[in-house]
Design a protein around this ligand. Structure first.
Ligand code: HEM
Length: 84
């Protein structure tokens, strides 16, 4: 939770707290040891959507935030599994 929170702070345009504490990171390699398939990617994004709905953020921010997650989420699904 700490790593994800710090990473998303910088990812959405704020201070780059993840790098300050844990060093450099690239999202696809950080997930390379996980055999994540398309349906799991979708499930993870759906969880984030539910979590966002529970927050008192402006609707425009919720849309922006989910969009910011969608592209990197697609990049961590290995190509061979994406084709299934
Ligand atoms: C697409 C579906 C995704 C799944 C199923 C997933 C799952 C996971 C899991 C299981 C870990 C823990 C790995 C470990 O400790 O061995 C992890 C770490 C992490 N994930 Fe994801 N993730 C997904 C997408 C994303 C996206 C879209 C982002 C950011 C835009 C993200 C950011 C991170 C970060 C920052 C870490 C910590 C990495 C580290 O410091 O070791 N993840 N993820």
């Amino acid at each position: 939770m700490d790593k994800l929170g710090l990473f998303l702070c910088g990812w959405t345009g704020g201070p780059r707290r993840y790098g300050e504490k844990y060093g450099p990171i690239a999202i696809p390699p950080a997930h390379a040891h996980l055999p994540i398939i398309e349906v799991e990617k979708d499930a993870r994004l759906a969880c984030m959507q539910v979590a966002l709905q529970e927050q008192d953020y402006p609707p425009a921010f919720k849309i922006y935030f989910l969009k910011q997650l969608t592209v990197p989420a697609s990049h961590i699904v290995p190509v061979r599994q994406n084709r299934r």
